[in-house]
Structures are given as C-alpha cells and as structure tokens.
Design a protein around this ligand. Structure first.
Ligand SMILES: [Fe+2]
Length: 268
C-alpha cells in the first residue's frame, strides 16, 4: 500500500499488482501506463519452483572461491547499439557487488545447474507477451525469426558488508532507467531495489511491497517508452544498501534489435 500525503488528505493507493494471467490484458497495460511497473503475483507452482531453484543455484554459485568464479569469463557482449559493453560471465564490481552476466542469445551459464536457463525461459516468455500487448505491430513470422536478440540477464550478489554508499543514503546504484524493452526480476529476499512511481511521485521498496520468492516485479525500459510513443514511461529505479544482510538478485532485460535500429552505429 502506498500512502501519499496531499494538502488535505492521505491518499491510499494500492501497489500495482496483477495475477500473471492478467498482466497482458487491459488491466496490466493500464497499470504499466500509470506506474511504469507492476508486481506480478499468482505465478503458479511451476513458476515458483523455478524461482526457488534459481535462488538456490545463485546462492551456491556465489559461495565458491574467487579463483573459481574468476575463471568463468566469456566473450565480449556487443550491445543493441553496436557498442562493446562488457565480457559475459563473472565480474567482481569492487565494493558494490559481484555479477554474472548472461547474453541470452549466446549464453555462458554460471554453473552446471539448469536453473538460470529455465528461469530465463519463463521471464522471456512473459516479457515477449507484454511487449506484443504493449506494442502491437504487424510483424511477419520471418521478420520475428531474424530479429536479433540482445537480451541480457544478470545475477547479482551484494555482500552489503562494508561502508560503501552509506555516506549517500546507502546508494549502490543511483536512479536510472534501463535501455531495455521489458525488465523482469524475481522479488529478492532482502530489500534493496526501489522503483519510482510517477503516479504517486514516490519511491517504493519492491521487497517490502511484494513477496519474495512468490512474486516478480516487471517494469519498462527506455525502449518500451519509445516504442509505445511515451504511453508507458520508463521505470526509474535504484539499488540501496538498507542493511548489512547480503542480497542476491536476478534481472532479465529484454532487447530486440528491431527496436533499436535508430540507435545503431553501423549497418547490419
Ligand atoms: Fe537498472
């Protein structure tokens, strides 16, 4: 529940939340237009089982020695703009977090477990359905087949142990919107992700507003804002250190080349 104080009243506004089956209907699109994000609930037992498998596999993977993790580095990911961005696989980002990046089209997986790929299948399917509903456009089947997939997924481990960010209200990742179309993230166990709600002009802690392991947050990126001609605002979000508890999170970011052709630096 969001409580917003106006000059005379407290306005109580429910957190935008919808069952998975309703997200791509008119109610889901209306919430995305108003808030730029929504909480997805009633995922079903199979979806919840895959979220739990993903959580356990991340926990196990990040617990390994630094040497083992540092061995797991792959090729360079070239973004939807044709810009070399980073190497896929493991990277320790000093004082902030550890990260494992997965380029969905050419994945390097964090471990032997199928948990990450199984979860990505579900996140991608959901993001694809939302995109088709939000930006209905006639695309021939062969066009969809050749549309290059620049989607990425990130597993993050925030140790939250040192004092980094505490002098800046605990800010680990400052407010920004992603370049993606649709972003899907399971609700983490530990608070840290905050989304800005333009409807209430306030920040919402995703993990306090939603149920870890049972719900997802789905939000829009800049490309969805552009593709929807501004109807769906890109969701501004940030990551804060709110306690000394380590925090695991996973984020799937949908990006298809055809939505970025105006940004590319070179021809295909
Ligand atoms: Fe982000």
């Amino acid at each position: 529940m969001i409580i917003k104080k106006t000059a005379r009243f407290y306005v109580i506004e429910a957190v935008p939340r919808l069952a998975l089956r309703d997200v791509t209907g008119p109610a889901g699109l209306a919430l995305l237009r108003r808030h730029g994000f929504l909480i997805v609930t009633s995922l079903g037992s199979e979806f919840e089982r895959r979220l739990e498998a993903l959580r356990l596999s991340m926990l196990e993977w990040f617990r390994q020695s630094s040497e083992t993790k540092e061995d797991r580095v792959g090729g360079v990911y070239v973004s939807e703009r044709g810009v070399p961005m980073f190497r896929v696989g493991y990277e320790a980002q000093a004082r902030i977090r550890e990260c494992f990046r997965i380029a969905v089209a050419k994945p390097l997986w964090p471990g032997e477990s199928r948990a990450a790929r199984d979860a990505i299948v579900l996140f991608r399917k959901l993001a694809d359905r939302v995109l088709a509903a939000a930006v209905p456009r006639p695309r021939r089947a062969e066009e969809e087949e050749v549309d290059e997939d620049f989607s990425v997924a990130y597993a993050f481990y925030y140790p939250n142990t040192d004092a980094y960010g505490l002098d800046n209200n605990g800010t680990l990742v400052g407010p920004h919107a992603d370049p993606s179309l649709v972003v899907v993230a399971p609700v983490a166990d530990v608070p840290g992700l905050y989304v800005f709600d333009p409807a209430t002009q306030s920040w919402l802690s995703v993990e306090i507003a939603a149920r870890p392991r049972r719900e997802l947050v789905l939000f829009s990126g800049k490309a969805l804002e552009t593709a929807s001609r501004g109807a769906i605002p890109a969701c501004v979000h940030k990551v804060l250190k709110t306690s000394k508890t380590p925090r695991l999170s996973f984020v799937f970011e949908q990006k298809y080349a055809s939505f970025y052709s105006h940004l590319r630096h070179f021809g295909d």
